[in-house]
Write a protein that binds this ligand. Structure first.
Ligand code: MSP
Length: 511
């Protein structure tokens, strides 16, 4: 039986439409999922939407809609974007689905049965017009609401609490025993010191608004939106009804999230699971945030980057490539058109695009499109093979570390080696003399074979480009049924098969 791999994105709030930050997390998870499938794993990749809570309730009110009607609309936007970006998710979960209500109630019940939930008083600063509680540190200018600027007041309400404090030691032990539980390491340290600073019990129900999953046995309360939302990760794989499927995929191999929601995933979620007696996810990876042309992305600055528009302007694969290549996953990055155009022109159009069209047009021109048989390999030919053999194992490790930018840099070692190889072997010169024909065949074969492997390796990152390369190289068989370990070995290209006339992979973009 295949080994399983379960990867998730956060579920996105429906009070806003998707932007480049959301696209980033999902593209990264997609690249990982595709890579794992191409490496022979039975991979389950989950994304979805987080539809309850006060924020959504308010956004709906402002739009004169019911929360569910608003969610229905925004969900379509997300689904459409994932289609455009070629996201290969296996499921799209909505927290308003029946299966999720059941899962949340079941998880709550397990925690309740453990004796970890009690009724208490929740006290904090309340903004009546906004109907929102704020903590002391969130308040603006004295006691004012950070959202509307009006004065807040101390208010008390009844709330159910989760005994999170009880799990402080167990969580700390888990962190110490499993140092790669939270990544990158800087984030791990952050969480360790937060937990060492002491865990307080957590309020997990609200009575000040209605849009949520009712607390079992006390429907005056709705379940806190993070308790609800985090449960999505187990709902989608069959909790609580389908034990077999649940055990097949749980614990998740990797929750990919943004750094802003780390505490929920690295502290709240594990303690809920500990209380319920469910194993913890293997890894939580917090990526960095994108600024735009040096500024924070925000509606009020009118600089929110719309992924639909970007795709229309630049195409899907260049955007996927840019997002994963430009900054190390985990670090913050700046999105600028100049940087993007630069990457597309240099790495994609010049390096990869050129290599592909040069090699393919020469085999069309000199060999009527038929892949030649290589013979008498020289050191320069072996050199190209060596690069390919070297990067394969590197890549597996880089993907395990979610070091997407390093993985792409490794693949580009082969792209660059391919271009250098053609420059050095000068097939156009070999084509002139009859005696050099066997040598020309070898050179063309080696160059095309490098491209076949490149197609396989970039498939997770740029699926459409890889498919185009695969079919233009005349490869039989579905690209997505290949196995990188097996089919990534040198020599898979069949002499005698026919390539297609090359079509440009990436048009150059005028700055
Ligand atoms: N609904 C919660 C997640 C619940 S998961 C159980 C949520 N939703 S969100 O829509 O606000 O954000 C989703 C993701 O988008 C987060 O991982 C967040 O880090 C990411 N990003 C939002 N803006 C971003 C940038 N400017 N840059 C990079 N990622 C950003 O939080």
């Amino acid at each position: 039986m295949k080994q399983t791999f379960y990867v998730t994105t956060p579920i996105y709030y429906v009070n806003d439409v998707p932007h480049i930050g959301h696209a980033y997390t999902t593209v990264a998870a997609d690249a990982l999922a595709r890579y794992k499938r191409l490496s022979g794993y039975d991979c389950f990749f989950l994304t979805g939407t987080d539809e309850h809570g006060q924020k959504v309730e308010k956004a709906a009110e402002a739009a004169g809609q019911t929360p569910l009607a608003l969610a229905d609309q925004v969900v379509e936007r997300y689904k459409e974007l994932w289609k455009i970006l070629h996201i290969s998710a296996d499921d799209f979960i909505r927290t308003t689905e029946q299966r999720h209500y059941q899962a949340v109630a079941a998880l709550y019940q397990k925690v309740w049965d453990k004796g970890d939930i009690y009724l208490g008083d929740y006290e904090d600063w309340y903004c009546t017009p906004c109907e929102t509680f704020w903590t002391q540190t969130q308040l603006a200018n004295g006691n004012r609401c950070p959202e509307c600027g009006r004065p807040t007041e101390k208010l008390k309400e009844k709330s159910y609490f989760f005994r999170m404090s009880k799990y402080q030691d167990a969580l700390l032990r888990h962190l110490e025993e499993t140092p790669d539980f939270i990544q990158p390491p800087g984030r791990y340290n952050e969480i360790v010191s937060f937990v060492k600073g002491g865990l307080r019990d957590l309020s997990i129900s609200r009575t000040t608004f209605k849009w949520g999953i009712p607390v079992p046995n006390d429907p005056a309360h709705v379940i806190y939106v993070w308790f609800d939302a985090l449960t999505n990760y187990i709902t989608a794989i069959g909790f609580p009804g389908d034990q077999k499927r649940f055990e097949r995929y749980w614990p998740a191999n990797c929750h990919i999230i943004g750094k802003d929601i780390l505490r929920f995933h690295a502290v709240y979620w594990p303690t809920f699971l500990m209380s319920a007696g469910i194993p913890l996810p293997r890894k939580v990876f917090a990526h960095g945030w994108w600024t735009v042309e040096g500024q924070k992305m925000s509606k009020s600055l009118h600089n929110v980057v719309d992924p639909y528009q970007l795709v229309q302007e630049y195409g899907v694969d260049p955007i996927r490539y840019f997002l994963l290549r430009e900054v190390p996953f985990g670090a913050d990055g700046d999105f600028s058109r100049a940087a993007m155009v630069n990457r597309i022109n240099s790495d994609l159009a010049n390096d990869l695009g050129n290599l592909f069209s040069r090699a393919l047009s020469m085999v069309v021109k000199y060999r009527a499109g038929l892949i030649p048989t290589p013979s008498d390999l020289q050191p320069v030919d072996r050199g190209l093979e060596e690069v390919s053999k070297k990067i394969l194992p590197q890549l597996a490790k880089q993907l395990d570390d979610l070091a997407f930018n390093k993985a792409l840099t490794s693949i580009w070692e082969l792209v660059n080696a391919g271009n250098k190889y053609i420059d050095e072997t000068a097939p156009w010169a070999l084509a002139k003399a009859e005696k050099d024909q066997p040598r020309l065949g070898t050179v063309l074969y080696q160059a095309l074979e490098a491209l076949r492997i490149i197609a396989l390796l970039i498939a997770a990152f740029m699926p459409t480009t890889a498919e185009k390369m695969w079919s233009q190289l005349g490869m039989e068989g579905n690209l997505w049924e290949q196995n990188i370990g097996e089919n990534g070995k040198w020599g898979g290209l069949k002499p005698g098969s026919k390539v297609a006339k090359p079509l440009p992979l990436f048009p150059r973009i005028e700055a």
